[in-house]
Design a binder for this molecule. Structure first.
Ligand code: TXA
Ligand code: MG
Length: 318
């Protein structure tokens, strides 16, 4: 029997019983549990096989809930929250004592966001506690943007995926931390850099592949298909080099008109928003076709193109 259901009341019940429910957000599906339940939080880590050094994002229904969770909100964080919540932005702020250390991997900061999805906002309003929710995929795998993706990963380990349809934005939230009161991007994501800078001015980016990353979404290999994946400017040239192999190709808007390849066009009318929303689903599809390799076209480093390139780059590391 399918674990996909639209029954919000059942989700409330499971979460209240310290169990996990996969929840829809506008970015990707999350694997959610009560932040105050040690049992639920441990089970998030074990279900995902996620290392404990990787902290979780806390999801709340409105900015009002922030006061109980953090001790200080920098001025520019207030501006960002007012501009973009509910939305695809996570703020990393100094945590209050109420947040269990297991949520933050012992850090003195906590990542928080108000997701922009009507079903999950309704769910959060019915619950007396916030939800910790990492993306609902095994550690390092492609994030889920449809209920069926989550079901394929976790049908034997969780009881319910709350059905909220396909995720409108399709890549994870942009994570912003603060250093000396100034915002710093820790992870590029669904909220384009340019929109953030329009609110708080020029912002520095620490979205590097580091040994001990501030945000492990920054680990070099992440969001990765099992099939070897290559990110290139010249897709036709790469196809030529791999003649005879079974190839999947991910292009932005123009078809290569090559019948020997499996091609997915992310947005025929060239919309970055549409391309981002379809990116992971396309990666899931190509990854299920037993191909020898996947070739992805590099996007222009502008707006969401920058975030899409970041995810594609991390999908290519071996
Ligand atoms: O769009 C999203 O953000 C989705 C949906 C479900 O909300 N969630 C998500 O969670 O992508 P996850 O766990 O896959 O990624 C959370 C990222 C990780 O890279 C983690 O290291 C970082 O947030 N993070 C969490 N707490 C942090 C903290 N205190 N300081 C720095 N980074 C933190
Ligand atoms: Mg993730």
């Amino acid at each position: 029997m399918s674990i996909i259901s639209k029954d919000i009341q059942k989700a409330v019940q499971l979460l209240t019983e310290e169990q996990l429910v996969a929840i829809p957000t506008e970015t990707v599906y999350g694997l959610a549990g009560n932040i105050f339940s040690e049992k639920a939080i441990k089970s998030i880590f074990s279900t995902k096989q996620r290392p404990f050094f990787n902290p979780l994002i806390v999801h709340i229904s409105s900015v009002k809930s922030l006061n109980n969770l953090v001790t200080h909100v920098p001025e520019k964080a207030k501006l960002l929250a007012a501009a973009f919540w509910p939305g695809s932005m996570t703020l990393v702020l100094k945590k209050s004592k109420t947040i269990p250390d297991i949520i933050t991997a012992g850090k003195d900061t906590v990542a928080v966001r108000v997701p922009n999805h009507p079903i999950t906002l309704a769910l959060l309003k019915k619950l007396p506690f916030p939800l910790a929710a990492p993306s609902a995929n095994p550690f390092g795998s492609i994030s889920p943007t449809k209920p069926a993706h989550v079901e394929n990963y976790f049908r034997n380990s969780i009881k319910m995926v709350l059905d909220g349809g396909s995720c409108a934005n399709g890549i994870e939230s942009t994570i912003i931390g603060f250093e000396n009161e100034e915002p710093v991007i820790y992870r590029l994501g669904a909220l384009p850099l340019e929109e953030i800078e329009a609110v708080v001015g020029k912002i520095s980016i620490k979205n590097k592949k580091e040994e001990k990353p501030d945000a492990p979404g920054m680990l070099a290999r992440h969001y990765a298909p099992k099939t070897s994946t290559f990110l290139v400017d010249d897709v036709a040239g790469e196809i030529e080099k791999n003649k005879g192999k079974k190839m999947g190709v991910l292009v932005f808007k123009s078809s290569l008109n090559n019948e020997n390849i499996t091609e997915i066009i992310l947005s025929k009318n060239g919309s970055l928003q549409e391309a981002a929303s379809r990116l992971y689903s396309a990666m899931h599809d190509l990854d299920s076709k037993n191909l020898d390799l996947i070739i992805a076209e590099r996007f222009s480093e502008f707006g969401l193109g920058k975030s899409i390139n970041d995810r594609l780059q991390r999908a290519t590391f071996k």
